[in-house]
Design a protein around this ligand. Sequence first.
Ligand code: NAD
Length: 255
Amino acid sequence: MRLTGKTALVTGSSQGIGEAVALRLAADGADVVIHYRSHPESAQDVVKRIATLGRRAVAIQADLSRAAEAQRLIADGVTRLGPLDILVNNAGVEKHADFWDVSEGDYDFVMDVNLKGVFFTTQTFVRHLLATKRPGKIINMSSVHEELPFPRFTPYSMSKGGLKMMTRTLAIELAPFGITVNSIAPGAIETPINRTLLNNPEKLRALLDNIPLKRMGTPVDIAGVAAFLASGDADYITGATIVADGGLLWNYDEQ
Ligand code: NAD
């Protein structure tokens, strides 16, 4: 198995895309730190499913909008599972509002989780790799909205655009240490973040009309990409964004 002997931390892995990524990394041979913010039962369930795959897993709570919590998460993960090799920055949030109605609190909420949280989790992970003189892989869960405008989700789009530049910049700065940094840009994936959309048949139909493959993605569609980027098969890839969106981002057709 291509991840045997590796240990990964996947943020936001008690549900949605993060859960599927954690399970797939374990299926490929990795031990996994499951991180959650507010659902300990779901996190424990993922830990149990990983144990049935014959891998080790622990669940750790942290609010990643605070740097100190990100630092504690990495330290606890290392204490409980040993040195980490792979970090998947998956946790992320969005808020729907017209631009003129966005509150300072909602702006900070999105930026603090999607950018500041990723920044300080990554910084702590990199310090750990440098201190233990080991290479590593960083995978950021971005979005097609690192490129594609998303009206009424301006802070979200800004955060993913910022994440794109973090990926590219760190890829260069960390290359001398054997640390690769890449992003995945999912399109529309069936997870709790899209609950409102999934419950609105009209909006869902309009969305599917824009997706050449005519279906939403599943968390498993994204997990396979993360497993590839975490593996030796991706050793020569850094600073890249892999788009997994059924063709949504560059959809254009003149009939
Ligand atoms: P989700 O809502 O199921 O998962 C989000 C995760 O982030 C949850 O596990 C949650 O606990 C965690 N989180 C939220 N606030 C946190 C905080 N303060 N501290 C720590 N963790 C926190 O949604 P998802 O669709 O699985 O999203 C996962 C990632 O994929 C996000 O970064 C999202 O932006 C990205 N994404 C999702 C889609 C999609 O269509 N579902 C598309 C593109 C990108």
